[in-house]
Every structure is written in C-alpha cells, then in structure tokens.
Design a protein around this ligand. Structure first.
Ligand SMILES: [Zn+2]
Length: 473
C-alpha cells in the first residue's frame, strides 16, 4: 500500500458496535441456520494452502528475476511479462492484459549533505513525483516544523528562502493507522512550503524504523501553487541527526541535489489478469488482486509482490481444488495484478473505467492484498447488512486461521477505490502491519522480510474467501 489514501482508523467503538450487530444477526438466525455450521468448508483446499510453497516460490522468482518494478521503467515491462507467464504456468483458464497509460517519473542521482556548522553526508531519497534541483543543486538554511500543520501556520517570513523540514514521526500500530496521520507531510508538504517561499522540502521518512539509514520514498503531489520545489525524505536516523543539529540553535546549511524528472511522453503498461472460469455463472465475477508495480529502491517483496503472489497462488489452489473435488467454481474468479498503484492508482482506476458498464451487474465482491505478508487477523466486508448472516461458514473457517469477524466498513484496498465508490461489494482481509512500515518504500523491502508461515496463512485465507464467494455465496 502506498500513496495518499488513509487507512480507516478502526475505532474501538465502531468496531465493537459492528461486532454487536454482526453477532446479533447470527443470534437471530441461529435456529434456521443451525445445520449450516455442521461441516467446515473446503478442508482439502485449506490443508493444501497451508502447506503450499507456491506463493513463496513465486515471490522468490519475482524478486530475483524481475526485482524493482517502478511504473514506466524496464522493470515494469518485465513484471508484466512475468505475471503473464506465471498465470499461464499456474493453469489459469484465461490470461490477458488491459492497457493502462500513465506519466513516468524518473529518479536519477540524489545526494544531500550538511555544509555547516557540522559538515556530513545525509541519506535521503526524492519523493515520487518531485521535480529535480538542477545539476548545481539547491543550498539553503533549514527551518524545522514538527508537523504539516505547524508549517501551514508559520508566517511566510519564517520560511521564505529556506529549506523547509517537517520532522513528524509516524507511530507504529497493527492496522497502520499511523500512516494516514503522518503522510500528509509527504503528500502535500512541498506545495505548502512553496506557498511561503521555501526553496525545497525535506521530511522525516514516513516509516516506523528507528535503526536504519534507508529513507522511505512515496508519492507526493503538487497542488495549483505556481511554484514547484524539489522534495526529499531523510532516513529516520538522518532526521534525528538534523534535528539534533538544529537544537544547537545555529543556522544549519544544507546542499541538496535531485535529478528527478517527469519524462515527456506517457507510458502504456498493463493490468495483468488471470481467470478461472465459472461453470454456472461465468459472467459473475469475484475479484482478488494486488498491485504489480513497486518503488525502485527495494525489490518490492512486501509492497506489493506479496499481494500478487498470495492472490495468484490462491487462484491456482482453487483451480486444483475444483478439479480434485469435481466441484467446479460457479462464478468466475478474476485475479488482477494492477499497474502503477504507487503513483496514483492508475491500474485500479483504469479497470473501473474499462468495465464501468458491467461493474455493478457482474462484480459480486472484490478484495486486494496490499499490506505486506503479515498474518491476517480480521475479516471485514462491505455487503448489504441483510446478507451478513450468510458469511457464517466463512467466519467459522477463518476463526481456525486466527481471523476474527470484523466490521462491515471494508474499503477493499487502494486499487479498488474506484470500484468501491461505484458500489461494488468489498472485503478486506486485514493483515498485521506492525512491522510493515519499517521497510515500506525503502531499499529494505526484500524477500528476507517475508515469513513463509505467515505467507501461507494469507494464501489459505484468500483461497477460502475466493472459493466461498465464487462457489457458495
Ligand atoms: Zn502497495
């Protein structure tokens, strides 16, 4: 996950209210549905998924043979070719691509250093979408703001001609809710600073690590402020260093060089789609997916290689189960590897546009995996309230995987934003993101951070979810 959208802060109150509603639905229904909770659903599929190495093998392949997949780069094209090949090799009934066009941002060389009073190099990285500084770079004194609001409230005289530095620190939590609160410094800081005459923006990385010098990139946006200034994130360690220097009360002068730029011509990439065709109602679609693009600093193992392989492997296991059990899918399962989520949800938005005419009439439910590879702990939906009692068999099997019944406020995932807005039912298999933002959008987003057992639990949950909605719902 990325960009500018926020995680829904699951307030305890809202959560317990939703739980109460859900439970009371079950209670009211328990007499007539008492036979439904007899046998657990799809025990073979569950057992196979929990012992399958398929997802990990796919992730090892993606990170080794393709690596970084930033939108519009050669890695993007390699990723698309990889996904097409993988869907075919996994035995999907149909594999195809749908074109998605987007601008291309290039990073280039990026360096920073304190010139005075304590000369040192700084570890930083340009924010996605930032303009460059020109070859000579930018030099200026730094003025620190503890958060975006403080920058906004500052008088122009405090900012004009300076490098604005926002030092807010993202807080750690299981649901990643700290991200939504902190990320505005990254997304909107440059234009807010430019309005007051700043010559560049520096931020503390939006990430929870405290012992790494890897800065976190991520998309930023310029608003309609006529002046655009370059923007970069310091690693958390370097942000501490800079704040320590500033505490000493002397002017701190920095040199910054970013060669970032937007390429003149747009690029056309693709959403890659694999389908397992439904036997009875092939035109009814259940969507699971993830985004295929990544940032360029790591290999995109967690963001979002994990989501891609979790959903791909889940589909492959469902197909195997359909054959082995002679119980075909009723509806079609569509697994989508979305293009360019990181720089503006281009793949998801294009999918909603391409399928606009039939989206509501054909799409039964959709879920995206885009929060790393940590264990799933909660299952949320966005379904008509009077349908929730039908989830009982799925809740039962999820309970065995340590997944609690959650709320009915699911937003589905970043690439499903446009579909959700149009009213397509949504599901969220909420992952434990406690450690996710330690490496999110950094060079540390690599395969070694993935715990195979946790990945298997994810595959099992997606397999059961998609099997249930394609066949039993
Ligand atoms: Zn992501």
């Amino acid at each position: 996950m990325t960009t500018l959208k926020k995680f829904p802060p699951i307030g305890l109150l809202v959560f317990s209210l939703a739980m109460t509603l859900t439970l009371s639905v079950y209670a009211a229904d328990s007499t007539e549905k008492s036979t439904a909770k007899a046998a657990p659903i799809y025990p073979e599929l569950l057992a196979n998924a929990l012992k399958s190495d398929k997802a990990y093998a796919l992730l090892e392949s993606l990170t080794t043979e393709v690596g970084p997949r930033m939108a519009g780069t050669p890695g993007d094209a390699l990723g698309v070719a990889w996904a097409v090949k993988a869907f075919k090799a996994l035995g999907y009934d149909k594999t195809y691509t749908e074109a998605v066009t987007y601008p291309v941002w290039e990073r280039g060389v990026e360096t920073g250093a304190v010139l005075s009073p304590f000369p040192q190099k700084l570890q930083l990285t340009a924010l996605g979408g930032s303009i460059g500084t020109g070859k000579k770079g930018v030099q200026g004194d730094v003025v620190e703001f503890t958060d975006y609001a403080e920058l906004q409230a500052a008088p122009e005289s405090a900012v004009n001609g300076k490098i604005a530095y926002i030092s807010n620190r993202m807080t750690r939590s299981r649901d990643g809710s700290g991200y939504g609160k902190a990320v505005i410094a990254r997304s909107a800081g440059a234009s807010a600073a430019a309005k007051k005459g700043a010559i560049a923006l520096l931020i503390r990385s939006i990430g929870t690590d405290s012992t790494s010098r890897s800065p976190h990139t991520g998309i930023m946006r310029y608003d309609n402020t006529p002046t655009r200034i370059p923007a970069a994130a310091l690693s958390n360690i370097d942000a501490d260093l800079l704040s320590n220097m500033l505490k000493r009360g002397q002017p701190v002068r920095i040199q910054l060089r970013l060669d970032a730029r937007i390429r003149k011509a747009d690029y056309t990439g693709a959403n890659v789609i694999g389908e397992i065709t439904g036997a009875l109602k092939p035109d009814e679609i259940v969507v699971i997916g993830a985004h295929l693009d990544s940032w360029d600093l790591g290999t995109g193992a967690l963001d979002d290689g994990a989501g891609v392989v979790i959903t791909m492997a889940a589909g492959a296991l469902i197909k195997q189960d359909a054959i082995a059990s002679k119980k075909p899918l009723k509806r079609t399962l569509r697994v989508i590897a979305f293009a360019n989520e990181e720089q503006g949800l281009y793949g998801g938005n294009q999918y909603a546009k391409t399928h606009a005419d039939t989206l509501l009439s054909t799409h039964i439910i959709a879920a995206e995996s885009d929060f790393g590879a940590g264990r799933i702990y909660q299952f949320n939906t966005k379904l008509p309230e009077d349908q929730l009692h039908r989830l009982a068999p799925l809740h039962a099997v999820f309970a065995g995987l340590g997944i609690a019944a959650g709320n009915n406020l699911a937003r589905g995932g970043p690439d499903l934003t446009a579909m959700a807005a149009l009213g397509v039912p949504m599901a969220e298999l909420a992952q434990d993101g406690t450690k996710y933002f330690d490496i999110h959008h950094t060079a540390e987003d690599t395969l070694d951070k993935v715990v195979p057992e946790e990945l298997k639990q994810n595959v099992a949950a997606y397999a059961l979810f998609a099997r249930f909605f394609t066949t039993d719902w």
